[in-house]
Design a protein around this ligand. Sequence first.
Ligand code: T1G
Length: 675
Amino acid sequence: MTSPIRTERHDDILVIISDNPPVNALGAAVRTGLEGAIKQGVADASIAAMVIRCDGRTFFAGADITEFGKPPVEPLLPTLVDMIEASSKPVVAAIHGTAFGGGCEVAIGCHYRIAVPSAKLGTPEVKLGLLPGAGGTQRLPRLAGVALALELTAKGDPISAKKALDAGLIDRLAGEDSLEADAIAFANEVKTKRPIPRASEREVAADADAVASFKKDNARRFRGFEAPAANIACVEKATSSSFADGIAFERQEFMRLMMGVQSAAQRHIFFAERQASKIDDVPADIPLRPIARVGVIGAGTMGGGISMNFLSAGIPVTIVEMQAEALDRGTGTMRRNYEATAAKGRMKPEQVEAAMAALKPTLDFADLAECDLIIEAVYENMDVKKEIFTKLDGIAKPGAILASNTSYLDIDEIAAVTARPQDVVGMHFFSPANVMKLLEVVRGEKTAGDVLATVMALAKKIRKVAVVAGVTYGFIGNRMLMPRQVEATKLLLEGATPEQIDRVHVAFGMPMGPFQMADLAGVDIGWHRDPTRIENIRDALAAENRWGQKTKAGFYDYDEKRTPSNSARVAEIIDDFRKREGVTPREITEDEIVARTLYTMVNEGALILEEGKAQRASDIDVVWIYGYGWPVYRGGPMFWAQSEGLAKVVAGLEQYGFPVARSLKDAASSGGRLK
Ligand code: T1G
């Protein structure tokens, strides 16, 4: 097998080139090739300096994650980086694309670094539940200081080449189109310079304040995660120990994390997110329908948020409303949202203007005829949606994709009112639509393969994580939410309190529990609006205007700052219902809450898989991570059930009398996995 590494001579400069698509991951073949090339350069007296660069879209984007969990293959990455740094001849890293993880560590093991302006550097290992294990936690603070090293390693977000230059992480910017030539020129400049600069030989200034403030500023963000603390500890170690001792500590912490459940969960999600974009029975190279303009029907919260996704990606939008007042309100909200983003420095004012200029508000439904994709985002009522799709069928251009943003309703029933069911699909955005990353793409019975593939590709363009769902009430996420809500409400009647149930979920790692979520979304959602008709606890709350945070009272009471407190009135309402139902409250354990509100979700997920309403178990995990804030360090409901032990989950379900999905029971008894 040919090596992914080749070398080219430019006089006395040896250029070492990696060609390992798609991201030049530092797999065993790359490491072996690099080792051989460096040794060749050092041994060859006619070589004065070396350049390392990569073909394709990026410099090394990290270690090869697919190798994790397998027996290590020499040369290990830390050894290779140390060898590059120990070279008797200067090595220049020529960076483009994303020098991430082990790629960044190779770069800082080199003696000099030059990057094109569009390049990014980073150590996102923490997002895999890991830490830079090839010397990054020890070299970064020596090169760029403690504060930046903490940001890069413990948060895992990349920095631009310009910021890296300002921080001393790189030495020079190259021309966007002249990286190799500029790197060779740089190598010629430094080939006689002595001593060769080595990051590991630098001192790192202790910076206790930076560490303390970083920990304090990020405590909430890191809640529940193990890897951030390990990254911080390694960087802190660098301020008080020799390089060798720091490396030993880094290695120990890296192995501890690598063997842990959290990293396995986070690596699972890394691949699951990418797998979700693949449609098993549609060819990956199917021609896509061009989407030059998107139409959105409804300028409410969802319609406005949906429109912003496309405008931010440079795709013009025609947005339709029935009344001018609603249209103005909607477009005004969109502008305010953009301006708030600009105020935080995450968008330039000219980008706001460009986005709003690409928006065409109209009251004329016929204007949608120019759109290639039309997304309906109006009131969640089947009759209303059928009426709209009937009209759309009459005006949309042939081949236009007709999508509904419905969160529950039957896409096949909607498609059936048109003469083009093959062009109808569900695009279920999560609120706020311009923020939440999840998009459930609902495949109707007749949805064409190219329609599905087009929407999945478009989702990536608007920076969404898309998952294909089948037609079933609530699709994947909301269908699994239902048993959780039903059981949580039953538990209230049987003796639990809203804060007890929410506390279990928050301790588990959810951003909020079922009742906190109800108060945020609105207790009155789906309420029949008849205050005299009180059939359940939510009816009783809604009837007293306890609609949640928006009325400063729901399952909790809220002060001016929306800080929640337990409500005596809610306790009374629950008590009244217990008396009315003849229920004597009893002690509810945490295990019972977990079994009845979390195991039941897993059970529903297994049924969804059995019915073919999700392509794979990992897709269900992706839905819950990106749509509901399931803690990524638990890998999603189906991965978590696997790590809990399916037999334990089945036993818990049976203990509380739930019928267990056949596939779940079979997997548990065979020791297999949910697929
Ligand atoms: N290893 C193996 N495969 C990888 C990979 C990696 N590091 N990165 C990406 N891929 C695959 C990915 O699964 C997909 O495969 C294809 O490449 C395109 O990826 C010792 C231990 C670089 C910003 O965490 O952030 O170094 O689906 O769809 O949107 O300290 O990939 O096509 O079959 O994401 O253009 C640290 C992870 C590793 C970077 C490109 N590095 N990658 O984004 O393409 S651990 C990372 C990314 C480490 C050392 C430690 C992104 C990208 P397929 P993609 P993209």
